[in-house]
Design a protein around this ligand. Structure first.
Ligand SMILES: NC(=O)c1ccc[n+]([C@@H]2O[C@H](COP(=O)([O-])OP(=O)(O)OC[C@H]3O[C@@H](n4cnc5c(N)ncnc54)[C@H](OP(=O)(O)O)[C@@H]3O)[C@@H](O)[C@H]2O)c1
Length: 278
């Protein structure tokens, strides 16, 4: 194949396909960057978030980029949202090829010695049930052979940062769910993978990178560069695409080499940096 044709194929990997991305409104965020990435590569996208203003702004930005887009407002913690998203995909575009679950996060930031039962269980629920429910509804709504799911996990799973205990447990459960669904849904021809970001420059981590534009975080990574939402989006797009057609059940680290440090520096261990995810 000539270089030009290869570029053509890579550039339009999602032509004619429909992809749902949850948590895809704020700028910058992993969800919004992923919706933009797969949309630029030809996908029609269904984006979701809770607040109307940022969601409408994301919808406008995607539409201005020439991407067919539908926005569904609602929390992935509410039972009906997954169903409404899948119905919107069917009504607007008539098919469903991919799901990217980015909603998750850290409800509890404190000592494992004072963590309550509800802080642990609610954090695990936030990071697991939404992705499972959306995959269930997506299969009912037409996701089938050739389809793919990408869950956004976290490198925190392997970092043993004490005050991130509930979040790490939630994402570890999501990794187990990813591998188990991969095995189960392979029988339907659907692939299921995850991306594990390290500390990434997003709206959710703004208070941790904004003061120095991420200089400390970048300095503490082997690759010396702060991870951007677009870096995670590129990995999500790869795992969603046919370029990854023989890959299922993997959790891909995208973190500038942070996991190589074996529990080394994270913004969460730096007393000068405050924030809610990582
Ligand atoms: N950034 C990092 O350093 C990092 C590192 C590792 C893993 N992660 C994981 O990556 C994922 C995305 O993180 P991010 O940093 O991109 O987040 P973010 O910048 O805080 O953006 C989150 C997006 O999801 C929406 N959202 C939040 N809760 C929602 C809910 N319950 N239902 C529907 N939409 C919701 C938000 O809009 P609304 O608030 O309007 O709903 C927003 O558009 C999370 O699972 C996070 O745990 C992030």
């Amino acid at each position: 194949m000539s270089d030009e044709r290869t570029q053509d194929r890579v550039g339009r990997r999602f032509a004619g396909r429909v992809v749902i991305v949850t948590g895809a409104s704020r700028e910058p965020s992993i969800g919004r960057a992923t919706a933009m990435r797969v949309g630029r590569e030809g996908a029609s996208v269904v984006v979701n978030a809770r607040e109307a203003g940022p969601l409408a702004e994301a919808e406008r930005a995607l539409a201005e980029a020439g991407i067919p887009v539908v926005a569904v407002r609602g929390s992935m913690e509410e039972e009906a949202t997954a169903q409404r998203i899948v119905e919107a995909a069917g009504a607007a575009f008539g098919r469903l090829d991919g799901v990217v679950n980015t909603v998750g996060g850290n409800r509890f930031l404190g000592s494992p010695r004072t963590m309550t039962r509800s802080e642990l269980l609610e954090t695990i629920e936030l990071n697991t049930w939404g992705p499972v429910a959306l995959v269930q509804r997506a299969i009912e709504g037409g996701l089938g052979a050739g389809g793919a799911v990408v869950n956004v996990s976290s490198g925190t799973v392997r970092k043993t940062t004490p005050k991130m205990i509930a979040y790490a447990a939630g994402k570890a459960a999501l990794d187990a769910i990813t591998r188990t669904l991969a095995r189960d849904l392979a029988t339907l021809g659907i692939r299921v993978n995850a991306v594990a970001p390290g500390f990434t420059r997003t709206d959710g981590t703004r208070s941790m990178w904004a003061p120095d534009d991420g200089a400390v975080a970048a300095r503490n990574l082997p690759l010396g560069r702060l991870t951007r939402a677009e870096d995670i989006a590129a990995a999500c797009a790869f795992l969603l695409s046919d370029d990854a057609m023989q890959i299922t059940g993997c959790v891909l680290d995208v973190d500038g080499g942070n996991h190589l440090q074996g529990g080394g520096w994270t913004p969460m261990t730096d007393p000068t940096i405050q924030g809610r995810t990582g």
